[in-house]
Design a protein around this ligand. Structure first.
Ligand SMILES: C[S@@+](CC[C@H](N)C(=O)[O-])C[C@H]1O[C@@H](n2cnc3c(N)ncnc32)[C@H](O)[C@@H]1O
Length: 278
């Protein structure tokens, strides 16, 4: 049994099912869940549940421990492409950005948080150099529509400082999305649960697109692997430093040029995998 904690359009689940795995797909987005259920209806080994991958100990409690857990972080192309979901600074829509059907919208977050907290969100999740003026302008104008929010960012950042390669509102929208969906908190909760989610021999794979997320995965995996201080040649670890996991590849695995050509949104993906060894 493998849990695909970010079912989305079902592409990864389908690849696993086609290779003979039994798969539970989990997504917080009911729209994604419904589409994937239709796409994967022909596979009796597939089932799906709505939930947050940070809550897998509860969502999948009857199935644990499992052979594998996979998450492919972030938003899906259908979420980005539908204006009404409010993720895009280029499409007019409500400033929503919720992946699921609960919690605060981005417009509510801007209205409810104070300027200092908004600034922190923009700095921490967006690495936005103009976090202070953008936070001030968002609080002043209280946008409720995507294009209004993008205009607020444009007003706050001096024209000559607009980035060349990305839209000036890219970092702000990413930061608001991560805060609205509490993305780092879900990731932390998933990583903390891995020892109880996996069987011995089971693997966890995380695909991240954001340096903060990749750093968190890298550091947590390093702690889970531990470090043995026994003298070389000891047959088994006696110092207690060795953890219950091993890295399946020492470095993050990056997409090939062919994959990037076929799917440009994959260009910043980092895949890290650990295996539970005892
Ligand atoms: C990048 S897409 C996954 C695409 C998928 N791997 C595929 O092959 O089609 C990310 C999906 O994960 C979901 N998601 C993001 N964070 C989540 C969380 N904490 N819990 C559950 N689902 C989440 C999103 O709703 C979205 O559908």
């Amino acid at each position: 049994m493998i849990i695909d904690g970010t079912l989305g359009g079902g592409g990864h689940s389908e690849a696993l099912l086609a290779r003979g795995a039994t798969v539970l797909g989990v997504d917080r987005d009911p729209v994604a869940l419904q589409a994937a259920r239709v796409r994967l209806a022909a596979y009796p080994a597939f089932s799906a549940r709505q939930g947050n991958f940070g809550d897998l100990l509860e969502v999948a409690t009857d199935l644990l421990p499992v052979d594998g857990v996979l998450v492919d972080l972030g938003v899906s192309s259908p979420q980005l492409d539908v204006a009404e979901r409010g993720f895009s600074f280029q499409k007019e829509g409500p400033l929503d950005m919720r992946m699921g059907d609960t919690g605060r919208t981005a417009a509510e977050l801007i209205a409810e948080e104070d300027e200092a907290e908004l600034r922190r969100i923009l700095e921490e999740y967006g690495e936005e150099p103009f976090a202070r003026p953008i936070a001030r302008e968002l609080k002043r104008s209280l946008p409720t529509r995507t294009l209004e929010a993008a205009e607020a960012v444009k007003r706050a950042v001096p024209r000559k400082a607009w980035p060349n390669k990305i839209h000036v509102a890219t970092r702000t929208f990413q930061a608001l999305r991560m805060a609205v969906n509490q993305e780092l908190e879900s990731l932390e909760s998933l990583l903390a649960a891995l020892p109880r989610l996996l069987k011995v021999g089971g693997r966890a794979a995380v695909i991240s697109f954001h340096s903060l997320e990749d750093r968190k995965v890298k550091e947590t995996f390093r702690d889970m692997v531990g470090s043995c201080k026994c003298p070389p040649g000891f047959p088994v670890c006696a110092c207690g430093g060795q953890g219950d996991f091993t890295l399946v590849s020492r470095k993050a695995i990056a997409p090939s040029d062919e994959e990037i050509a076929a799917n440009p949104r994959a260009r910043s993906a980092h895949l890290r995998v650990v295996e539970k060894i005892r």
